[in-house]
Design a protein around this ligand. Structure first.
Ligand code: URA
Length: 239
């Protein structure tokens, strides 16, 4: 077997046990043993093919990688603890006992598909600014959007942090309150869809994410979550 040398904090976070910061703290608190000996240095090198690393007496391989899809309702913030005491998405994951973190985030006023995992490798790949993973949104935009406005959104608009990459935009419905569109972008910048609509003189009235790469929200009820299937995880890793 190829050696798999990593610092202890990284080994714990890569095994999906907890975040790197939490791992550092757990190690300093003496919760980690390497080959039976307590190790308090997060930078201690281990080889996962040879060394027996345990957290709270459990071997690392017992900590399974988990992947969930959540249908986030409007009104919850995507963070573990909110300094302003607002309700967070974790209130919907009370039955998930393992540590999992959101992959990217949705604004408080955005609903729809949010992925959670303890696979920090995959989460990092998906959220990396170089990643071109498609995210698809259904958006109710204020006003009657003309075809050439949709074309501007497709070509890319100028935002204060640079131009947006080309997007796919489809008109779904013209309603009395605005225009419903489906918009697929390959970036995940802060409040990107809201800013794109503002850049063309409209604004988002409602925003709902329906897909991330090969994962679709489908019929998942609002506020509910489900584990991803093995096929979905494979598809996500292949992106
Ligand atoms: N774009 C936004 O403006 N908000 C989100 O929550 C996601 C994408």
């Amino acid at each position: 077997m190829r050696p798999e040398r990593k610092t202890l904090d990284r080994a714990l976070s890569r095994a999906g046990v907890m975040s790197r910061t939490q791992a550092e703290q757990a190690i300093r608190e003496g919760r980690v043993r390497v080959n039976g000996l307590r190790e308090r240095d997060p930078q201690f090198w281990v080889d996962l093919t040879r060394d027996d690393v345990r957290l709270d007496e459990q071997p690392l391989e017992r900590w399974k990688l988990l992947y969930f899809a959540l249908n986030k309702p409007v009104g919850l913030v995507t963070t573990r603890e909110d300094e302003r005491g607002r309700a967070t998405v974790y209130t919907l994951l009370a039955d998930v006992k393992a540590w999992v973190a959101p992959v990217g985030r949705l604004d408080k006023d955005t609903s729809g598909l949010l992925l959670f995992t303890n696979d920090t490798d995959l989460a990092e790949r998906i959220t990396n600014p170089q990643s071109k993973l498609e995210k698809t949104y259904e958006c109710l935009a204020a006003g009657a959007l003309e075809d050439d406005t949709l074309e501007r959104l497709r070509r890319g608009v100028e935002l204060d942090d640079g131009p947006t990459r080309p997007a796919r935009v489809r008109r779904l419905e013209d309603t009395p309150t605005g225009t419903r569109i489906e918009l697929t972008i390959t970036e995940g910048r802060n409040r990107q869809v809201r800013r794109m609509l503002e850049a063309v003189g409209s604004r988002v009235l409602a925003l709902h994410r329906v897909a991330i790469g090969p994962i679709r929200l489908g019929e998942l009820a609002q506020g509910a979550h489900r584990p991803l299937t093995a096929r979905e995880v494979r598809a996500l890793k292949a992106e």
